[in-house]
Design a protein around this ligand. Structure first.
Ligand code: BGC
Length: 794
């Protein structure tokens, strides 16, 4: 709450000094010498003492000097990031006169991204732990594990001198080809929101801030800084904003990063409806908003909209804001408001508190956190006839480039400079498996040769992929004679600036198909099994080849300890318990946004030469509305390859009767279910609670995820009762005509299951009258009418 002027404490305006010699009394104005200091004086006084130039200095950041054509100029003194942390993404300016220090901001979602070595500092290194990518973290469905990863990253950030981590990234997996999906969690907003909240809690428990990003509807990379996303208000609120809402309301992140794209014609960083109306007024956010790097077009509109800090800051932004205040186009009171948001976070920062960071984080301890999280988020997709675990199987024939060169995580700002990574080959050997040495040597020389001839990656981009090594039939034949089992890896990388393609990325290459086919044929002829390990970060085609192999482990991009974590699962040391947080469709054409992704250049711009950084003005229309992911596959009757929420275990679970606390909804319904491990080994089960809405009224998905939990490690025969709570908000959909969240009257069914298509228990309750749960403060996307599709069945 803002304090009234009358309530302010005045700084000591005048201090009387008595001369030691009892001479004449001297009066002097101390305010001229000692201005109010942040933390020592009321915030209002500090702000009133700031000059206009100082306010703008605080609101326009610094760092990340990128010397690329088209990138706006920065003051040379601002282009380099250090003061404290070389390689960090940027900083805010210090105003030393008022006791305001500079905050250091660093990426990112899979670990602290800073320079690992420093000039003139030979012998010392500043590596950070590469944790599993966000998509794997979401597949754990385990908020405690995600919190532990957040806490470890927060600890590293603080110990390296960072104040705010630019993570978590939590845009929705709208389409499998989104180049940054690896940094994001899920196709479902509840999973995204709860996992993000756990991550924020973990990081911030270490005294370091977070920046949930990219707010909002930044679901692809195509022309990302010039892309207008057209989405109806219901889909915007229920799918794209919802996860952010959950994260803000439950975890109160220190900052939010606005996105690059426009939303229905306005840059998100220039939208007051979004940044003020939704974020602050509706959700109660009280930190500061920063732009994405060089995002938005009009710094005055951004400042006016409440995009408090412009990152990384350019000379022209500073000039434009100063000029706008001078000619009355921008009120200084708006600057004061933005400055207050920033200072409210500065006072919480490690730098402000003079934290003595030691640059010696516990990397060994954090490697264990990374390994544990990785095993919790890998998903066992197929396991015929108990192929896995491999306990006692020797030796192993390991095929596939990624078996020898693990893809730890994606590229761009989501990448981490880790000290080492453990390949699957090393992980298997460390677990006691003997690998086919001749095969290993073949891959080693192929990969070395390819590396030597590989084109250097462009700034921040992934290096071009090394084509899968073709393996001749004779080598496979020899390996099938020597080994007891084949493990074949499939690898994929992606990152900032580029979306994936269907050809040779979503779909397998001919060489990959041939490898799978030939290995399976030869090993099966010898009576031996074939296991596929998918070292990928985005949803990839499986339906055309999965029948030919015996087991498939989706290992995702598992971070630096990946090889050990995969070996933990293959060997049975860990029992897989991850489940899919995004659907695997049979074919790309089945994806609800296949026809509209990634959008197209605006009329008249088709032939523009794309600017290296900004691209060309383009538009994408989200005509599937709320029918994203399983909401679409279920409502439109499209069979997926592996449904949302799916994942196998080495054991089985039984679901006891579902109990509801009441037959009729009053203030809430409590749901309890007992899960029992009915199989042979200890394991954990993710339990998913879906709700089916009454027929009639607004279109509704077949069922929607409303709660989830993961059991503890249950021994064989062990059971656990899980309890969930459903509130009226959980039953409500957004009625854009009424501008409110409304729960329809009627009969609701609670479906509890092991996946969205494996419902084990159901029960129902009624809501006797319609409830308006919450009214919106602002109307979003009023101009957008994306001609949304409706399911035929409802
Ligand atoms: C990315 C952000 C990142 C920022 C700073 C941008 O290109 O979109 O996610 O935090 O750079 O590195």
């Amino acid at each position: 709450m803002r304090r009234s002027a009358a309530g302010r404490r005045k700084p000591p305006a005048v201090i009387a000094l008595l001369s030691a010699a009892a001479g004449p009394i001297l009066f002097c104005s101390a305010s001229a010498q000692v201005p109010p200091q942040l933390g020592g004086s009321p915030m209002e006084d500090v702000i009133s003492a700031m000059t206009l130039e100082e306010k703008v200095r605080l609101l326009v950041g610094m760092g990340m000097g990128i010397d690329l054509p088209g990138v706006p100029a920065q003051d040379p003194a601002d282009a380099a990031t250090p003061e404290k942390v070389p390689g960090a993404a940027g900083r805010t300016h210090a105003i030393p006169r008022l006791g305001i220090p500079s905050l250091t901001l660093s990426d990112g979602p899979a670990g602290v991204r800073i320079a690992p070595v420093r000039e003139g500092d030979a012998g010392r290194t500043y590596y950070a732990t590469a944790f599993p990518v966000a998509t794997l973290l979401a597949s754990t469905w385990d908020t405690a594990v995600v919190r532990s990863v957040g806490a470890a990253i927060g600890d590293e950030a603080r110990e390296y001198g960072v104040d705010i981590l630019l993570a978590p990234a939590m845009n929705i997996h709208r389409n499998p080809l989104g180049g940054r999906n690896f940094e994001y969690y899920s196709e479902d907003p509840l999973v995204s929101g709860r996992i993000a909240a756990a991550f924020v809690d973990g990081v911030e428990s270490e005294g370091v801030g977070t920046s949930i990003k990219h707010f909002v509807a930044n679901n692809q990379e195509f022309n990302r800084m010039m892309l207008n996303t057209v989405v109806g208000e219901r889909a915007l609120r229920e799918i794209y904003l919802k996860g952010f809402q959950i994260a803000v309301e439950t975890a109160q992140p220190w900052t939010v990063m606005s996105s690059y794209n426009l939303l229905d014609g306005t840059y998100t960083s220039q939208s007051r409806e979004l940044l003020r109306g939704v974020l602050r007024d509706e959700w109660g956010f009280d930190g500061f908003v920063m732009s994405d790097w060089f995002g938005g077009r009009d710094p005055v509109a951004q400042t006016n909209a409440g995009n408090d800090v412009l990152m990384p800051g350019t000379t022209s932004q500073t000039e434009a804001i100063l000029a706008a205040v001078a000619d009355g186009a921008l009120a200084e009171a708006q600057l004061d408001e933005n400055v207050a948001h920033v200072l409210s976070i500065v006072v919480r920062s490690p730098t402000f508190r003079h934290y003595a960071y030691k640059e010696r984080p516990d990397l060994e301890g954090h490697a264990l956190v990374a390994r544990r999280a990785a095993t919790e988020g890998m998903v066992l997709l197929k396991n015929d006839a108990g192929t896995l675990p491999l306990a006692g199987v020797h030796p192993v024939a390991l095929f596939g480039n990624a078996g020898y060169q693990l893809i730890v995580g994606g590229s761009g700002s989501g990448d981490v400079n880790e000290a080492y990574s453990v390949s699957l080959a090393r992980g298997l050997e460390a677990a006691g498996y003997a690998l086919d040495a001749a095969l290993g040597e073949g891959y080693a020389s192929y990969l070395a040769e390819q590396e030597a001839n590989r084109a250097a990656p462009q700034t921040l981009r992934a290096p071009p992929p090394i084509p899968e090594m073709p393996v001749e039939a004779t080598r496979i034949q020899r390996a099938a004679g020597a080994a007891d089992v084949a493990v074949v890896t499939l690898g994929r990388n992606s990152g900032e600036f580029e979306d994936r393609s269907t050809e040779a990325d979503f779909d397998l290459t001919d060489t990959e198909h041939a490898l799978l086919r030939d290995v399976a044929r030869t090993f099966h002829a010898a009576g031996k099994k074939v296991v596929v390990v998918m070292n990928i970060a985005g949803v990839t085609e499986v339906a055309s080849w999965r029948d030919g192999v015996d087991a498939i482990l989706l290992a995702w991009q598992p971070g630096q300890e990946g090889g050990n974590a995969i070996a933990d699962i293959l060997s049975g040391k860990a029992n897989p318990s991850g489940k899919l947080a995004s659907t695997f469709p049979v074919a790309y054409a089945d994806v609800p946004s296949a026809g509209t992704f990634p959008g197209k250049p605006l009329p008249g711009h088709e032939d523009d030469a794309p600017d290296a950084i900004f691209g060309i003005p383009s538009e994408v229309v989200y005509d599937e509305g709320i029918y994203v992911g399983y909401r679409y596959y279920d409502a439109f009757g499209v069979e997926p390859a592996y449904p949302f929420g799916y994942g196998l275990s080495y054991t089985d679970f039984g679901y006891g009767d579902l109990a509801l606390s009441a037959a009729s909804f009053e203030a809430e319904i409590r749901v309890t279910v007992t899960v029992t491990n009915v199989g042979p080994v200890a394991g954990r089960e993710v339990v998913e609670v879906y709700v089916r809405a009454p027929d009639g009224g607004m279109d509704k998905p077949e069922r929607e995820l409303k709660a989830f939990a993961k059991t503890e490690l249950l021994p064989p025969g062990g059971s656990q009762t899980l309890a969930f709570r459903l509130t009226a908000a959980d039953l409500a959909s957004f009625d854009a005509d009424r501008g409110a969240w409304v729960a329809a009257a009627g009969r609701y069914t609670v479906d509890v299951g092991a996946s969205s298509r494996d419902i084990r228990q159901g029960a129902s309750f009624s809501l006797d009258r319609e409830r308006t749960v919450r009214a919106a403060h602002v109307s979003l996307a009023p101009g957008a009418s994306p001609n949304e599709r409706k399911p035929a069945r409802r």
